[in-house]
Design a protein around this ligand. Structure first.
Ligand SMILES: [Fe+2]
Ligand SMILES: [Fe+2]
Length: 194
């Protein structure tokens, strides 16, 4: 499936707002891929498809888990928002014929992060949070940091995401803790000039 075919199919699956968000994420992801030496086409495809399952209602999502035999851990079972990346990766593979494991993983880990994140994983994770339609507090600072350090920008987004969850007394997926520890270690090395 080429990019235009992906866009046409995606447009039918998500709301107008979600489609705009997906186009924006794909654009930011391509720019970050160019800046940090990633694959621009993979960034575009993963950006377009990362939320392809997000507008499915909960009962459809549960059917999809069975249909595509998607295994979910006990944390994702308790956090419904974490299902759409897993289902999205399965839909990208089965319905958009995306076979590249690097693209599929970037879709799969775009909400939680993962202890070992690839360049594309980080690019999609960050693009999702800083695309032009996002206007959370502190977003401009993250956008500035993203211009010189991908790891520092990812860490900043992870920290504010974790603080948000803690303030609201919500469950934190352990993959997010692993992701944050890993990126923190990379940033510490950067700051030590290594
Ligand atoms: Fe998402
Ligand atoms: Fe998103």
């Amino acid at each position: 499936m080429n990019i235009e075919e992906i866009k046409v199919k995606l447009k039918k699956m998500v709301s107008k707002e979600r489609f705009e968000h997906s186009i924006n994420v794909a654009q930011v992801a391509q720019r970050l891929a160019l800046k940090y030496g990633g694959d621009i086409t993979k960034a575009e495809v993963a950006g377009l498809l990362h939320d392809c399952a997000k507008d499915l209602d909960y009962s459809t999502q549960k059917k999809m888990l069975i249909k595509y035999n998607i295994k979910i851990d006990k944390f994702s079972q308790k956090i419904p928002k974490l299902l759409h990346p897993l289902i999205g990766a399965a839909i990208a593979e089965k319905e958009f014929n995306i076979k590249d494991p690097i693209i599929l993983k970037a879709i799969r880990v775009h909400s939680t992060g993962a202890p070992r994140m690839s360049l594309l994983d980080k690019i999609i994770y960050l693009s999702d949070k800083i695309e032009p339609l996002r206007n959370n507090d502190g977003i401009e600072e993250v956008r500035k940091i993203a211009e010189f350090s991908l790891d520092k920008a990812v860490l900043k987004v992870m920290d504010s995401g974790l603080l948000h969850l803690i303030r609201r007394g919500l469950l934190i997926h352990p993959a997010t803790i692993g992701a944050r520890n890993n990126v923190l270690a990379k940033v510490a090395l950067l700051d030590a000039g290594k």
